[in-house]
Ligand binder design. Sequence first.
Ligand code: ATP
Ligand code: MG
Ligand code: ZN
Length: 299
Amino acid sequence: METIEKILNKLSPTDPPAAMPIWSRIARERQAAKKQQSEQEATHPQSSTIEEPQYRCSKCRDLEFVPAGDGAFTFCECRKQRMLERRIKSSHIDPAFTGATFENHKLLPHNTKMLAMARKYVAEFQTILKEPNNSLGFLAKMGESSIKEIRDPVQRAAVKAQHNSYGLGKTHLLSAVALTLLHSGVQVLLVNDADIVAELRQGQFAEDNEHFEKLIGSIERVEVLIWDDLGKAKTTEWVLNQYYRIINYRYRMGLPTCFTSNEDMDTLAEKIGDATASRLFAMCRGRLLRCEGPDYRLA
Ligand SMILES: Nc1ncnc2c1ncn2[C@@H]1O[C@H](COP(=O)(O)OP(=O)(O)OP(=O)(O)O)[C@@H](O)[C@H]1O
Ligand SMILES: [Mg+2]
Ligand SMILES: [Zn+2]
């Protein structure tokens, strides 16, 4: 699996064309094809048909540029789709959710508000973006930490069933938000709490500080950050300081920071720190939805 760091290295807001000038790429491509042809002729002198490499786009042979006459080149029609694919890959959306849409999210009594809020968020994103509270958060009505504290197992099971926050479709809906925004050209990064904590912890002990700063910087500056399962992973004081650093930066810069969590407002604040939670909740003001309902995975 690719690390977040590797993916972030590929992340760029404008997704510029390959650094190599197009004419050099074409010359290299032709050279490679010629070489392949002569190699094939050498190994199979009888063979009259040379196998064509498989291209996704036969028009541009996957170069994403086509000749426009007089030695000039223009973008191929496949380029838009390819750029979108690259943006989706860079967004780090879990492959299990790259097909998540609002349409394939069944409307159920417990998710009416969630679905409406997520849809409205993307529909009005360009306006919302200009507001200081431009984020969206789906969290539990009763946090898993609170439920775990109930000593009596019978009572704990009853409370858990009554206030379930798992399998409600939080990740599905925020992935649909991410994909819709990506389609409209917005740069999105979706991080999972467990993965990000693992990366941050490595960073703490890394000798190459520059690398780590790059990683943090990319999370801080991405146009839209979606933090899935916030408060899930076991953290340390040092990791919590990095959380604060990221959220505080995004708060000051007014950068949308959406999240999902199985904690409630109180338990999440305990998990990520009051100062971080305060900023995050402020960013989500008006769009902080406390959710509970039946687990779709068990339906
Ligand atoms: N209303 C729905 N319609 C269709 N599929 C759904 C719906 N709700 C959830 N699912 C599917 O059920 C699975 C669990 O949903 P998801 O992972 O989004 O829940 P979650 O609230 O993020 O859960 P957790 O808190 O455990 O992370 C996913 O495969 C998701 O696509
Ligand atoms: Mg989830
Ligand atoms: Zn093409």
